[in-house]
Design a protein around this ligand. Structure first.
Ligand code: WT7
Length: 640
């Protein structure tokens, strides 16, 4: 059965798009009518991009968990909301129905309250992919606390920075997490992040790996004890906190071109409407289908398309604790067969890595339940697209190539599965309500010129419901980052092509942000981390094409005095980056150099470094403005 706001034909897409642009207020209020509100809005949209100040559904009150849980618990309480697949396939899986999930969310909401968490407080969540992660996140939303989920691959230092930035007072974590063959000591990382910290009041610890951990009196409590206490009190339900549509729902940190990650803030009302709308339309979700998004809840993809979007639509969503290659490279296909997954949403990196194992792991796997495939996070190359199409979808499943960002909250450019055409490596058309455009360096709009494909910087005119509202604690940063490059436009930081059909193809970041395995990392962040090493004088980090990761990290480092040998020193540097940011930011290549190409004003010419890292040594462009053109030859000779 289709949802009232589901687009079911190409003509309906064109019509919806047209209406959404001509009259966004009428369009989005019609969509929003299908959701649970405690109080309806006074006005649909007020906005300007100069401050920026965007308000959707002003005056409305809601709680996203009532929409994601209560209404479904009432109508279809025994339907599975979550299916959890453990890291180790021989461990028992778990299933939580909508009724059960609602109950657990309410109980943990009460635990949060018992521990002093109030509406508006920031709660940091640092957990593995277990059902409790969903429970904890939704429980924050239930009581109006602002969650800030931090991916398990970030270091203690990164956590400390984020705790400080968000002025968080509460943490929920696990003793440890299982990921493939590894045990990750989450609580111990949290303990390191809290050395010297005076603002954290409570750390709630979920048992998962039962690795020995320290539990500090007065600060650390066990999840299970707290939940038991609430059960003994006989609490199975708590009222959802009424939230203004514009109240913040969560903070999610992401990298930019400066050294400091920023806390992207999403608002309750618009985010609720847009994640559900985009989920239902892009994946063409049909009631009672099984949806499997392989992302981690620590990233925006997990927030929007494991939790909020699917649950709002009443879907059954799969949470997978492990990795695609454990215990072997057939794991995704086993999960698809085991739960008869209908929608599989993953990253090009995962596809490319699985391609490397050949077709063996796919043999005898029953993938006949699949209806729709999706990709996200980075451009997908045609080879990977065709492999996905032929060997996973058996040429029977539309592939949606979904372009969006942490800041956009939901998918903005994508074909709609089976409804609008797909084109390998093209994200294709914007969703209703989304006005994309390309601009040139001067900020002039790039218009179509007859038949040719045009290119430019990807911008957006006007707000969609799940646009970021601010960067936490620093609104000016939000303005300068996204709304100041081109007046009255949101600038994505991506470059793109547009063909004569109006399809968009994302070519990659045009700023100093890398996309490594679909993870966003700022070159400045990696440089800062490398520069923390006692022996480093200066460094410059650029990206280069990587067969599996999409982009690899290439670091040029001026080192004072090498202790031992270069190999050892490289390892020291990797340790430093792992400590400062986390293992996800480790450079793939480190080249020691005696100088960096700089202009006379002292600016590093990254263009040259990028070209050398890409293997392009002849066509380096104009090097005449360099302070010391000689360093370029030295760098070329030493290329890794
Ligand atoms: C950046 C956003 C959105 C969830 C995951 C990443 C790149 C994202 C695509 C795509 C080409 C893509 C862009 C974007 N990106 N999706 N389908 N095709 N590039 O979220 O960490 O905020 O990164 O990922 O460069 O700006 P994120």
């Amino acid at each position: 059965m289709a949802y009232p706001y589901q687009i079911t034909s190409y003509e309906a897409y064109t019509e919806a798009y047209k209406k959404s642009i001509e009259n966004p207020e009428a369009f989005w209020s019609d969509v929003a009518e299908n959701f649970t509100w405690k109080k309806k809005w006074d006005s649909v949209l007020d906005w300007n991009f100069t401050e920026p100040n965007v308000k959707w559904f002003s005056g409305a009150q809601l709680n996203i968990t009532e929409n994601c849980l209560d209404r479904h618990a009432k109508e279809m309480g025994s339907t599975p909301a979550l299916i959890w697949e453990p890291n180790d396939p021989s461990e028992k899986n778990r299933l939580l129905t909508y009724s059960k999930l609602l109950e657990r969310v309410c109980q943990f909401g009460q635990v949060l309250k018992n521990n002093g968490v109030k509406k508006g407080d920031r709660v940091c969540i640092y957990m593995g992919m277990i059902p409790e992660l969903a429970v904890v996140t939704l429980a924050c939303a239930r009581i109006g606390a602002i969650h800030s989920v931090i991916f398990g691959g970030f270091s203690a230092q990164s956590i400390a920075d984020r705790l400080y930035d968000a002025q968080a007072e509460f943490i929920v974590t696990c003793d440890g997490a299982f990921r493939g063959a590894k045990d990750i000591p989450l609580k111990s990382v949290i303990d390191d992040s809290l050395i010297g910290n005076r603002s954290i009041k409570k750390v709630i610890v979920v048992t998962r790996t039962r690795t020995p951990i320290s539990m500090l009196k007065g600060r650390d409590v066990w999840y299970e004890d707290e939940m038991k206490h609430v059960e003994e009190q006989g609490i199975h339900f708590i009222e959802a906190e009424p939230m203004d549509a514009e109240d913040p729902l969560f903070i999610l940190y992401t990298s930019g071109s400066t050294g400091k990650p920023k806390g992207v803030v999403h608002a309750c009302g618009g985010y609720m409407v847009y994640t559900d709308y985009s989920f239902v339309n892009v994946f063409q979700y049909k009631k009672s289908q099984i949806h499997f998004c392989t992302a981690d809840i620590g990233w925006i993809t997990g927030h929007s398309y494991i939790l909020y979007g699917p649950l709002s639509a009443g879907a059954t969503t799969v949470i997978f604790e492990g990795v695609p290659t454990y215990p072997d490279a057939g794991r995704f296909w086993d999960i698809v067969a085991k739960y008869k997954v209908n929608i599989l949403y993953t990253a090009p990196t995962a596809i490319r890595s699985l391609m490397g194992f050949g077709l063996g792991p796919l043999q005898d796997k029953d993938l006949s339940s699949l209806k729709v495939l999706g990709t996200v996070g980075e451009p997908i190359n045609e080879e990977a697209w065709h492999w996905y199409d032929e060997h996973v979808g058996k040429k029977q499943c539309p592939i949606v190539d979904t372009w969006w960002q942490t800041e956009t909250g939901g998918i903005l450019i994508s074909n709609l599965a089976g409804i609008t055409p797909s084109k390998p490596s093209w994200a294709t058309l914007p969703l209703p309500g989304v006005q994309m455009l390309l601009v040139d360096e001067k900020g002039e709009e790039v218009l179509d010129d007859g038949n040719e494909t045009v290119s430019g910087n990807l911008c957006i005119k006007g707000p969609w419901p799940s646009v970021l509202r601010t960067t936490y604690g620093d609104h000016e940063r939000c303005r300068t980052n996204y709304f100041a490059t081109y007046p009255n436009l949101y600038f994505t930081g991506d470059g793109a092509l547009r063909n004569k059909e109006g399809y968009y193809r994302i070519t990659g970041r045009v700023d100093d942000v890398l996309n490594v395995s679909g993870h966003r990392i700022g070159t400045a962040e990696v440089e800062n981390a490398i520069n923390m090493h006692a022996g480093v004088i200066e460094s410059a980090v650029v990206g280069y094409p990587h067969d599996v990761k999409g982009q690899g990290i290439y670091a040029y480092v001026i080192f004072g005095h090498i202790h031992g040998d270069e190999t050892l020193t490289r390892k020291d540097l990797l340790q430093t980056v792992t400590r400062i940011i986390g293992s996800i930011a480790k450079p793939d290549k480190i080249q020691f150099v005696t100088g960096l190409p700089k202009t006379r004003s002292g600016k590093i010419m990254r263009r040259i470094l990028r070209k050398i890292a890409e293997g392009e040594t002849d066509n380096l462009g104009d090097t005449s403005t360099l302070l010391d053109p000689g360093v370029v030859d030295e760098i070329k000779r030493g290329k890794l």
